[in-house]
Ligand binder design. Structure first.
Ligand SMILES: NC(=O)c1ccc[n+]([C@@H]2O[C@H](COP(=O)([O-])OP(=O)(O)OC[C@H]3O[C@@H](n4cnc5c(N)ncnc54)[C@H](O)[C@@H]3O)[C@@H](O)[C@H]2O)c1
Ligand SMILES: [Zn+2]
Length: 361
């Protein structure tokens, strides 16, 4: 078996004091979301950074127009470095803007990223995407209704500064949705056809942590140990999938988020237990379940379902009253290239059955 591993991001885990030293006096744009401006955290950090502007026009599942606006600010102000303080949406926007393209949508169809990128210091505030260590930036184009990952080595941040303290303020719903995304990354990276041994061991570690600590972090947001362990799980799962890439649940999540507005992690988890069952003939999927202490893949799928119930996440799509045409549209739009990373070939027939089952739940 041939495989390749690299991880160019320098990772600091613990408190966030390191950010100032790492920015090193460079002219910085602090990219963040409104929450951190309203709470004053962004202004405090900006003052400490000194030579710093703030950009906070970032919505969840950021749009190409926001990326283009941020890129323009970077160009016009001769910014030397970006500090991205926020969840996956903020970090992804910062990565996409870092190449300062006139129009990022040009890169959403697989065009190679051919521009130099500004260095990004990624400071995650959710325990979920692992974007601080990945070479992926997921961007939405609301005009065309698309949501797609852009992949480039240029998108690896320069540094990841990971402080679990930032996650204490996460509301329950975001704790649950971003937390279950971690599990999807671990499972999907593991069973991806591009799997490799270093990422395998990271995936086990991250999945074990999610089963143990996500219910605790959900029940009590001030449980510091649970917050720290979920933050650890998030970065480790990020490392586990950035090279193998995600597969069927993430491919289905893109239309579920762009058409029905379901938050990213919740949208991925909607189909995770179903794909565990669909993939049960795959020997590695069976091994993953056994390594985690489950008797078989059905027991793993059941545990994922229970975890969703325990953390208040959707287990079906019945609220949306899907018509046959809606399901047809979902099936078509789920055929994102990541679907091809699934160890079992996913046909339209499988997707029709899956969405018809979810429609009733
Ligand atoms: N680049 C990658 O490798 C990768 C991987 C998976 C997902 N993603 C993408 O990341 C996005 C989802 O990111 P996410 O799940 O981190 O959520 P998010 O960044 O969209 O944030 C969700 C909400 O939580 C708020 N928030 C963030 N941190 C907070 C805190 N500490 N306290 C209070 N509120 C806080 C944000 O302001 C926002 O309103 C999606 O677009 C998804 O496709 C990227
Ligand atoms: Zn994800």
């Amino acid at each position: 078996m041939n495989w390749f591993y690299e991880q160019p991001v320098k990772i600091f885990f613990g408190n966030n004091a390191k950010i100032i030293e790492l920015a090193g006096g460079r002219k910085t744009l602090l990219v963040t979301s409104n929450y951190f401006v309203k709470s004053g955290i962004a202004q405090d950090l900006s003052k400490k950074l000194g030579n710093c502007y703030i950009y906070s026009n970032v919505s969840p599942n950021p749009d190409v127009s926001e990326v283009n606006e941020c890129a323009k600010i970077l160009r016009e102000n001769n910014i030397e470095c970006i500090a991205a303080l926020g969840g996956g949406s903020v970090i992804d926007l910062a990565k996409a803007a870092s190449i300062m393209a006139d129009d990022i949508s040009e890169y959403m169809n697989g065009k190679k990223v051919d521009k130099a990128a500004l260095p990004v210091i990624a400071i995650p505030t959710t325990a979920g995407t692992g974007s601080e260590v990945t070479c992926v930036s997921v961007i939405s184009d609301r005009k065309t209704g698309r949501k797609l990952p852009i992949v480039s080595e240029k998108f690896y941040p320069e540094y990841a500064v990971i402080d679990p303290g930032f996650t204490y303020s996460l509301p329950k719903k975001i704790t649950a949705s971003s937390g279950i995304d971690v599990l999807c990354h671990a499972v999907e990276g593991y069973w991806s056809i591009n799997h490799q041994p270093i990422c395998d061991s990271l995936a086990y570690h991250a999945a074990e942590l999610v089963f143990e600590y996500l219910p605790r972090a959900y029940k009590n947001g001030n449980d510091k140990e649970a917050r720290e362990k979920m933050t650890e799980a998030s970065v480790i799962a990020g490392l586990s999938f950035t090279l193998p890439k995600t597969s069927a649940p993430h491919a289905c999540s893109f239309p579920l988020t762009s058409i029905y507005g379901i938050p990213h992690g919740e949208a991925c988890a909607l189909t995770l237990d179903h794909f565990i069952k669909i993939n049960k003939e795959d020997i590695r999927t069976r091994k993953f379940a056994e390594k985690l202490g489950f008797s078989d893949t059905d027991e793993l799928a059941e545990k994922v379902y229970e975890l969703k119930r325990e953390t208040g996440l959707r287990t079906g799509l019945k609220d949306f009253h899907l018509s046959d045409d809606d399901i047809k549209d979902l099936v078509e739009k789920s055929h994102h290239p990541n679907m091809k990373n699934n160890p079992i070939e996913i046909t339209d027939k499988i997707l029709f059955e899956l969405y018809n089952e979810l429609k009733e739940r």
